[in-house]
Design a protein around this ligand. Structure first.
Ligand SMILES: C[S@@+](CC[C@H](N)C(=O)[O-])C[C@H]1O[C@@H](n2cnc3c(N)ncnc32)[C@H](O)[C@@H]1O
Length: 248
């Protein structure tokens, strides 16, 4: 099956950009600070950003001294915004699905990906290509929706009390891997669920050792400011991994 390109759907793109422009967006408050904490010193490093979106991370890599930054994405709309807002010296953007990386040449010190790999059905194939594109000892640093999040196939996701406060998360279908079709901004958004052990075993089989994993929580100051973030006490939203290529 070919990859879905939901970010080029007009209504989805508009809704997604509205979410991202919200100052309390989880991307900015929870996910990105944790993901960047996994990055090495990028001075003179070559960085590939898979599913780069509108390129704000590519801009950061360039500002951090990377010698070359390549961002790839399947979405024309995302890339045209990236080229307008985040094109800097040494940064280039390529329209390409993560499923088609075999046509990409070059070697990179760091392959980075923020919240995009759960859109890919064949994770093993993706990891084989990332391994090929990395220099010896290169790093793969990525975040994805947490497996506890991707697992669900039905609503409601949370059980709440009569006041509307969350009591617990309604985990189900965790051990059924594969496609998930949900309503997120629009109907019919396709993502793929993989269990925690399957993600780790795929990384290991592809020739990576895991150096660090994070399931970040917002700080207590953030939870005070935005009480809805207290739901993270029950379930993290993101899984972040730094893995290093080893010789096999
Ligand atoms: C949640 S957004 C994250 C964007 C960016 N990484 C960021 O952190 O701002 C997910 C991105 O993955 C891209 N994407 C989804 N499926 C893809 C695929 N098969 N190949 C490449 N990119 C894909 C989308 O177009 C979108 O830009």
């Amino acid at each position: 099956m070919s990859d879905q390109n939901i970010y080029d759907n007009e209504a989805f793109f508009e809704g997604y950009m509205k979410l991202r422009n919200n100052p309390s967006a989880a991307n900015d408050i929870v996910e990105k600070p944790a993901l960047f904490s996994l990055c090495p010193d990028l001075t003179d490093k070559k960085v590939l950003d898979l599913g780069c979106g509108y390129g704000e991370n590519c801009r950061e890599f360039s500002k951090s001294g990377a010698s070359k930054v390549v961002g790839t994405d399947i979405s024309e709309k995302m890339l045209s915004l990236a080229k307008k807002e985040n094109i800097l010296k040494n940064v280039s953007f390529i329209k390409m699905s993560m499923s088609d990386l075999s046509s990409l040449d070059g070697k990179f010190n760091v392959v980075f990906s923020s919240l995009a790999v759960h859109y890919i059905e064949d994770f093993d194939k993706l990891l084989t290509e990332i391994y090929r594109l990395l220099d010896e000892n290169g790093l793969l640093i990525f975040s994805q929706e947490h497996p506890l999040t991707t697992a669900l196939q039905k609503e409601p996701r949370w059980t709440k009390d009569s006041e509307g406060d969350i009591l617990h998360y309604n985990l189900s279908d965790y051990s059924i891997p594969g496609i998930r079709t949900s309503t997120w901004i629009v109907d019919g958004v396709i993502k793929y669920h993989r269990s925690f052990s399957s993600i780790i075993n795929s990384l290991s089989a592809a020739g990576f050792i895991i150096e660090k994993m994070l399931e970040p929580l917002p700080g207590t100051d953030i939870m005070e400011k935005y009480p809805s973030y207290k739901k993270y006490y029950h379930k993290p939203d993101f899984l972040l991994i730094r893995a290093r290529k080893i010789a096999v």
